[in-house]
Design a binder for this molecule. Structure first.
Ligand code: ADE
Length: 275
C-alpha cells in the first residue's frame, strides 16, 4: 500500500477507552496480542509496538476488513489513532494449532480430527484465492496462525499482516521458514501456490505431530535445505492417497502443485470417509 492510511475498506473505528485488557497472549508477525473485553465480548487485541509495525498493521486491517468467512478470524474493528493503535478481533479460546500439536502433547486427537483441521484451513484459503478482482495470498500460513475455538473443533486463520494480492518481497516472516515455499525466499515472483506449499507442510505437521524441520538449527539452514530439495520425512502408515497428495503440494515447481480448490474437493471426500 502506497499510503498507510488509504484503507479502501470499511471498518469499525473503536474507542480505545471501551476496551478492557487482561492477559498477554501471543506475538504475531508483528505486534503483541492481548486478551480483552469489548462491549461484553471476549476479544483479542493486537497492538503495534514500534512505528515500523504500522505498515503491517494497516495491511492486516485492510485485508481483514475485506474478508468474511467461517474459517477466518472475525475483525470487530480497530483503533487507528496514535498512540493506541490496535486491532480488535474475535478471541479464539483454544489458542493456536501449533500449541495444541506441540505444547499440549497430552491432548489426544484422532486422524479424522486432524483432517478436519486441514480441511477447514483449505476452505479459508480457497476463499482468499477466489477473491475478486485478484486472489488474496496469505503468505504466512503456518500452525501458529491457525486458531481453534469450540473445544478445538472449529479452526480459523489469523495474521494477515503479510497478506497481499501481488507478489512482493517478504520481510515480515520471522519464525515462518519451515512453512515457506522455496520460491518465496528465493525470488519475489510467486503466486497463490506458495500457500498450497505451506498447507502441505501443515498437513504433514498434524499427521506426524512433529515440528517441521526441527532438526535444522535456524531459519537460514531450513531455507537452504528446502532450496536444495529437502522435505519432511514421510510418515509411516500414512494412507497412500494422502502421501502422494502431500508430495504434490511440496513440489519445487509451483505449477505442479494442486490448486486450493482441488485440495478442498479431495479433503471434503476424505473427511467424509474418516469422520
Ligand atoms: N493469538 C493471536 N490472535 C488470537 C486470537 N484472536 N485469539 C486468541 N489467541 C490469539
Amino acid at each position: 500500500m502506497e499510503n498507510d492510511n488509504e484503507l479502501n475498506s470499511t471498518f469499525n473505528e473503536i474507542d480505545y477507552d471501551e476496551i478492557k485488557q487482561y492477559a498477554y497472549l501471543d506475538e504475531g508477525s508483528f505486534g503483541k496480542v492481548y486478551q480483552g473485553n469489548w462491549k461484553g465480548l471476549n476479544v483479542a487485541v493486537k497492538h503495534i509496538s514500534t512505528k515500523e509495525e504500522k505498515k503491517a498493521f494497516f495491511v492486516e486491517l485492510r485485508q481483514l476488513s475485506r474478508v468474511s468467512h467461517e474459517n477466518i478470524i472475525t475483525l470487530y474493528g480497530a483503533c487507528t489513532k496514535d498512540p493506541n493503535i490496535c486491532l480488535v478481533m474475535e478471541y479464539a479460546e483454544g489458542g493456536s494449532l501449533f500449541k495444541v500439536l506441540h505444547k499440549k502433547k497430552n491432548i489426544d486427537y484422532e486422524f479424522g480430527h486432524a483432517l478436519s483441521w486441514v480441511y477447514q484451513c483449505a476452505k479459508g484459503v480457497d476463499y482468499l484465492h477466489s477473491m475478486k478482482p485478484k486472489p488474496l495470498i496469505h503468505r504466512d500460513l503456518k500452525s501458529p496462525n491457525l486458531l481453534l475455538i469450540d473445544e478445538g473443533r472449529h479452526l480459523k486463520i489469523c495474521d494477515f499482516g503479510t497478506a497481499a494480492d501481488k507478489s512482493t518481497n517478504m520481510t515480515n516472516n520471522k519464525g515462518s521458514a519451515a512453512w515457506m515455499a522455496p520460491e518465496v525466499f528465493a525470488t519475489s515472483n510467486y503466486t497463490e501456490k506458495c500457500d498450497v506449499y505451506s498447507w502441505g507442510i501443515i498437513l504433514w505437521e498434524v499427521l506426524s505431530r512433529e515440528k517441521p524441520f526441527s532438526n535444522e538449527d535456524n531459519a537460514f539452514q531450513i531455507m537452504w535445505a528446502v532450496h536444495k530439495g529437502s522435505r519432511p520425512k514421510l510418515i509411516e502408515g500414512c494412507p497412500q492417497i494422502i502421501e502422494s497428495f502431500m508430495l504434490k503440494c511440496w513440489d519445487g515447481e509451483p505449477s505442479k502443485r494442486p490448486t486450493m480448490k482441488e485440495i478442498v474437493e479431495l479433503m471434503g471426500k476424505l473427511v467424509s470417509v474418516f469422520p
